[in-house]
Design a protein around this ligand. Sequence first.
Ligand code: UDP
Ligand code: MG
Length: 319
Amino acid sequence: MSVIRGSRAIVSLVVPFYNEADIVSLFFREVTEVLGNLPDADFEIVCVNDGSTDATLERLLDAAQYDPRLRVVDLSRNFGKEAALSAGIDASIGDAVVPFDADLQDPPEVIPLLVQRWREGFDVVLAKRAERNTDTWAKRGTAALFYRIHNAISETIIPDNAGDFRLMSRQVIEALKQLPENRRFMKGLFAWVGFRTTQVEYRRRERAGGKSKFSGWKLWNFALEGLTSFGTLPLRIWTYIGGLTAGCAMLYAIYLVMRTMINGIDVPGYASIFTAVLFLGGMQLVGIGVIGEYVGRIYMEAKRRPVYIVRKAYRRDGA
Ligand code: UDP
Ligand code: MG
């Protein structure tokens, strides 16, 4: 467990904000109420403004002006939730760190439960959704499919129905900071570092206001990121598919030779050749596509660009 200064630990809430101006004040009201009542613990809220184009930053700074426990990190543009979370985690100073969404879909009342389990000696306390009633049918289905596929083909198992919402001790955070990759699929990285883990269950609510920032296309790409970040089975599988196809082709060739020797030459089937060519051509393209996914990621990773750029980290007094 991490060092707890005196008897009062600090719990850091790390919150990415992207165009959430409508809910900033409600957010602080609800969250500071709960965190203010944590037994024997102080808190800080690290708010990361992920290049919002609305009044989010102004609202954050307004709130931070009256409350030294709020800190604002303003990124230079929209870097995406994963990068914003990384920025917040890097800036956090707490003995325990909790990534938290701005939209209050995760009820703040769960945080004291996480802290309690942490005090019992766990390094990671997952907040697991008991059900996903507030998600659409399509999102539930595709999420379940993603976890099934991901966990079947990857070396790192991501617990299903656990989002980014969890508590991690300082030791876990320091381990996380050592991971050098700049394409950060946070859920996977969280799982990769390991440590003693437990979970609590909770019910997810509707968004308190505003709209979800993740469209179907964005989620699809996010899923690809996850699938390619933690294993190479999609690449290796082509060796087996190729081997199997070649084996079948060999058997078929032997069969054709035998048949010709016994029955004499007959007119070759146009349809079967055409089907085989199309099928194999398609499979090769899919294989190249999968390689392309990985090569693209190697390329982006090889550039060694920073994960995010901070425009300004506001001081505790809001200046
Ligand atoms: N978010 C962000 N940058 C982005 C997209 C989202 O910081 O590019 C934040 C957003 O403000 C929210 C959190 O990530 O605090 C989760 O986003 P959202 O609620 O839209 O995702 P959902 O719950 O629909 O998966
Ligand atoms: Mg949400």
